[in-house]
Design a protein around this ligand. Sequence first.
Ligand code: BG6
Length: 296
Amino acid sequence: VELCKGASGLDKVVLRDRGSSAEVYLYGGHVTSWKNEHGEELLFVSSKAIFKPPKAIRGGIPICFPQFSNHGPLEPHGFARNRFWSIDIDPPPFPTQSSSKAFIDLILKPSEEDLKIWPHSFEFRLRVTLGPGGDLMLTSRIRNTNTDGKVFTFTFAYHTYFSVSDISEVRVEGLETLDYLDNLQNKERFTEQGDAITFESEVDKIYLRTPTKIAILDHEKKRTFVIRKDGLPDAVVWNPWDKKAKAMADFGDDEHKHMLCVEAAAVEKSITLKPGEEWRGRQELSTVPSSYCSGQ
Ligand code: BG6
């Protein structure tokens, strides 16, 4: 575990275990890199990403808190992704400790300015762990530290940008037949009909109450990403496609072909915490070699 300077002189933490590695910026508590033991990058970060506040870094794993997207009055995706987090030197013990030594604990507490936007005192602890097999685990613990007796509610997402070779050759498994809210159609509710989720145009859907395991099959790379999640009932699937890609200043015109966001999230039902209560939400990412036909 090493603290060093990243893009624009921002502090980042590098985790290494055998050949694999991960990088976490203190700005946003934002994972920007996850490489396997062959040094292959598994996350997408735009070549046009801006590493400068107040812009959130385009790619990697932005943390959406205390609001997912525009589902509420705050700025889209809340403010955690464009605040400076600190290294948490003495975190309270985790119920389940991983044996890995490649981890970092970060903490975010609201500033005076944040309290004006969202009048709630909280402690957000994020542990990023690189497992011995190269798996990447993110555990969030959010505690209501209000002293005025007030409950608070929030929505949340790990906005993970996966790197894929060619979006038109990608299939997602685990979301078939589920209900979803379509952000492209006024957040209306639909039921997924097809038996395989593939991509040929813009998509922005919130799948509801999904299984805890979702797979992204990358046919060309012969690689499957496996997402396991806990405490996060929903899963957002987003690809801006060409028109929206062109409209974003921090996203390359053709880059939508090489990314897919599948986001472990709690959106449909917001989380409510009483003072002193803590919520935990966990995402575990791994890869397995795959063949498109096996449906593995
Ligand atoms: C997704 C949302 O999670 O994030 C989309 O569902 C949104 O609606 C996208 O466009 C990107 O958001 P942003 O704020 O990072 O440009």
